[in-house]
Design a protein around this ligand. Structure first.
Ligand code: C5P
Length: 406
């Protein structure tokens, strides 16, 4: 999945021949799962029509401070550049002509695109496009310098044949290269970039005989949501999951499917030394049959007993050999919740525990929401509201980000 998926992109088009390539660029952004809105300088409309861009972006295109569709200026609707600037997760000016770059660098706000640019708080990328001598002119270089000082990011022009017939540096980067540049740049800025995270999810099934097992109602949703959220924010994730209905083909998640607690234990220990964080969200069976019958057990006797033994406590075993890892466990308690969770932090050598109580309606197995309380090893207690498991996952991941960026 592209890092641009779900991102809101404000594309500013200025008046250069490369503007014709923005139709393809918008298509690429949409294909990557982004939401696109387009603003144009008046001059750019000579090179590509707003209709093309509104059709491809599925949004109205803006090029002036008021709605030009209205019959008279008296009835005109004001186009809100501040709202557009703030809407964007990122702004891209492509093509960025020498004129527009100079206006951006000097705050010369005489068109709607520049007003949006000055209102945008998000990262701004610009892809210059001009003839080779213009590209090298000290005035243009001064604009590049100022914009980079402001924190804007240049997507360098490419070399090749230019509209003037000359050949050299100044062609706007090809749309595919612009997309790849932005994806790469955004990925490198993700807060969990370079971090490896182990997540356990789902129930475990403990075999009684070839057809029966001891299991529980865990759906695995919480663990999968945590894994996806961590991967979306740049982490490399190893997700060790018991039997669930969920699948993932996220490029940054390695899914390891296990059945029993013993298999989950082995998979976790295989990866633990190489990870920075481990989050144990699985509902591991606490007991398993001491022996597994080789054949299906017949129903002869009126009573039947299974002798059980304890499964390995995976989380506690990870706590025991913890070195640099940030270790997070879950606790599902029905009484003395806080005290029991605090004891668990010590007993299992955790950094953070996520407590959910079955007493809270909307929490626990098989529901899409969860109401949790965070307790850390310094005994800070932070109750959270009832929210979707996706948002609970984000809260957990934010705890990890805060740990590394404190
Ligand atoms: O001790 P308790 O089962 O309440 O602890 C729950 C936490 O321990 C959860 O994070 C769960 O994933 C983990 N756990 C484990 N292995 C077990 C039992 C629980 O990793 N055998």
């Amino acid at each position: 999945m592209s890092v641009l998926s779900g991102k809101k992109i404000l594309l500013g088009i200025s008046g250069g021949i490369a503007a014709y390539k923005t139709a393809h660029l918008v298509r690429l952004f949409i294909k990557a799962g982004a939401h696109v809105r387009v603003v144009m300088t008046p001059a750019s409309k000579d090179f590509i029509t707003p209709l093309t861009l509104s059709t491809l972006s599925k949004n109205p295109v803006y090029s002036s401070f008021y709605n030009e569709d209205e019959q008279t200026v008296d009835n005109a609707m004001w186009n809100n550049h501040v709202e557009l600037g703030l809407w964007a997760d990122l702004m891209l000016i492509a093509p960025a002509t020498a004129n527009t770059l100079s206006k951006m660098a000097n705050g010369n706000c005489d068109n709607f695109l520049i007003a949006c640019y000055l209102s945008a708080k998000c990262p701004v990328y610009f892809a210059p496009a001009m003839d080779l001598d213009m590209y090298k002119h000290p005035s243009t270089l001064a604009s590049f310098h100022s914009l980079q000082q402001f924190g804007n990011i240049i997507i360098p022009a490419e070399s090749g044949e230019l509209a003037s017939g000359l050949s050299g540096e100044g062609r706007m980067a090809e749309p595919e290269n612009i997309l790849a540049f932005i994806e790469q740049d955004l990925s490198s800025r993700l807060p969990l970039k370079g971090k490896k995270i182990l997540v356990t999810a789902g129930p475990t099934f403990e075999a009684i005989d070839p057809v029966r097992f001891i299991g529980n109602h865990s759906s695995g949703k919480m663990g999968f949501d945590i894994a996806i959220c961590a991967a979306d924010l740049g982490a490399q994730v190893v997700l060790v999951s018991g039997p669930t209905q969920f699948e993932t083909n996220h490029a940054h998640i390695q899914l390891i499917k296990v059945i029993s607690a013993q298999e989950m234990y082995q998979a976790c220990h295989e990866f633990y030394s190489s990870v920075d964080v481990a989050i144990c969200a699985a509902a591991v069976a606490d007991y398993r049959p001491k022996t597994i019958a080789r054949q299906k057990i017949k129903k002869n006797a009126s009573e039947f007993h299974i002798e059980l033994e304890k499964t390995p406590d995976i989380l506690a075993s990870l706590g025991k050999i913890k070195q640099h890892q940030f270790l997070i466990g879950f606790a599902l308690e029905t009484e003395n919740e806080i005290e029991n969770a605090q004891l668990k932090i010590q007993k299992k050598n955790l950094d953070l525990i996520v407590l959910n109580s079955l007493r809270d309606p909307g929490s626990g197995f098989g529901v899409a929401t969860n109401q949790v309380t965070f307790i850390d090893k310094q005994n800070n207690i932070e109750p959270k509201p009832l929210q979707s498991k996706e948002l609970v996952a984000l809260d957990i991941i934010n705890k990890i980000i805060a740990h590394y960026h404190a």
